[in-house]
Design a protein around this ligand. Structure first.
Ligand code: PLP
Length: 374
């Protein structure tokens, strides 16, 4: 039997744009190839990509390492099922534990799924050790994903009224305002959950001082501190995990995006005292499958190799300097962030990001801040 392995996107006549649900306002180009920092559309036009799959491709588009790892693992073992051991996931978990303050790992396929796991873990911890406490304090403009619980945990403006009724138990404090957290703590509170840098909100960092105060407060009040590092983790900010800048040790951390370098892999990490899941509490068909875990291992090896994070810091400095120049030349707004997560404030960004000049093409998002995550 013959299989046609050509992608239908190579041929405009082969698909109808209406066959996909309309969940995003996509610009017209159809991308067919990516290499490093560049994307190509099917007309052969080349684009310098400052989005990288929404801060996902930690090693750029289609690195040979990932292509080779996928091919080798696919030819060996793809999916024995989550109820059995497989070596790549156990090895990757061991490496994550060895490079962090956490003791155990649960692998997921998306950031939202990892955060959903973190929420369940905190609720189980509350049921077992905090007299049934279940509330998790989140933050205005925070973003944790698009499942029902993670949307409820998020503080994204405009989401309050969506998909009612929301999952209860997610009061919101203000970032960098400890008093706003303190006032929400009750006997029902089990945890505080935040992004060290709010990515979706346009790159709004929690200050190191706030993170340290929050760590102290949560310890004093017997609450878990949960860091969502789906966007900031895996070297994106120049440290392996962004909370390291503040010198704190959270109880729970979630990873996604860069951990798979472009393939669907995410992780929930927790300290031993918090790991209270029992068989049956958490799991899913693809959790820890060796195909994705093998890629995670390969990506982890590169990110933790000597000198790699120094290059991220140096690249981030070049990016910040370039964005500052652009901002000065075109009277744009503030440029700030950490290493390879930099926003540039652009008035009327929707118009700017939709404008495609014949020579140079840059896509960001229709947002007042254009986040750059090269
Ligand atoms: N948490 C943060 C901080 C994110 O930035 C995102 C995605 O942008 C998510 C969670 C959700 O991740 P995913 O889209 O993989 O479900």
């Amino acid at each position: 039997m013959e299989f046609n392995c050509g992608t239908p996107l190579d041929d405009a006549a082969d698909f109808s744009p209406d066959a996909l649900m309309h969940v995003a306002d996509r610009p017209p180009p159809v991308f067919v190839r990516g290499q490093g920092s560049w994307l190509w559309d099917r007309e052969g036009r080349r684009y310098l990509d400052f989005v990288q799959g929404w801060a996902v491709n930690a090693l750029g588009h289609s690195p040979a390492l990932i292509a080779q790892t996928l091919a080798a693992q696919a030819a060996t073992l793809i999916s024995p099922g989550p109820g059995y051991w497989n070596a790549p996931s156990a090895r990757l978990a061991s490496r994550l534990v060895a490079h962090s303050c956490f003791d155990r790992v649960f692998f997921a396929s998306s950031g939202a799924e990892a955060n959903e796991g973190a929420i369940k873990l905190a609720r189980k911890f509350g049921a077992l050790h905090r007299d049934g406490a279940y509330e998790i304090i989140g933050f205005d403009q925070g973003f944790h994903g698009r499942t029902l619980a993670t949307m409820s945990a998020s503080g994204k403006p405009g989401w309050e009224a969506l998909f009612a009724p929301k999952v209860p138990g997610f009061p919101k404090a203000k970032l960098n305002d400890l008093a706003s957290v303190e006032v929400l703590i009750t006997g029902k509170t089990v945890a505080v959950m935040l992004e060290p840098i709010q990515g979706e909100a346009g790159v709004r960092p929690a200050s190191d001082e706030f993170l340290r105060d929050l760590r102290k407060l949560t310890r004093e009040r017997g609450l878990l501190l949960m860091c969502d590092e789906v966007q900031t983790g895996m070297g994106r900010t120049g440290k392996l995990f962004a909370h390291e800048y503040a010198g704190i040790e959270p109880d729970v951390m979630t990873l996604g995006k860069g951990i798979g370098g472009g393939v669907p892999l995410a992780a929930l990490l927790a300290s031993e005292e918090v790991c209270c899941f029992e068989p049956g509490d958490q799991g899913g068909t693809y959790n820890g499958n060796p195909l994705m875990a093998a890629v995670g291992e390969a990506v982890f090896g590169v990110i933790t190799a000597p000198g790699f994070l120094d290059e991220v810091v140096a690249g981030g400095e070049r990016l910040a300097a370039g964005l500052a120049q652009l901002s000065a030349r075109h009277a744009l707004g503030d440029v700030r962030g950490e290493s390879c997560l930099e926003p540039c404030e652009v008035e009327h960004a929707a118009r700017v990001t939709r404008h495609v000049s014949p020579r140079s093409r840059v896509f960001g998002r229709a947002h007042s801040r254009v986040p750059c995550a090269p």
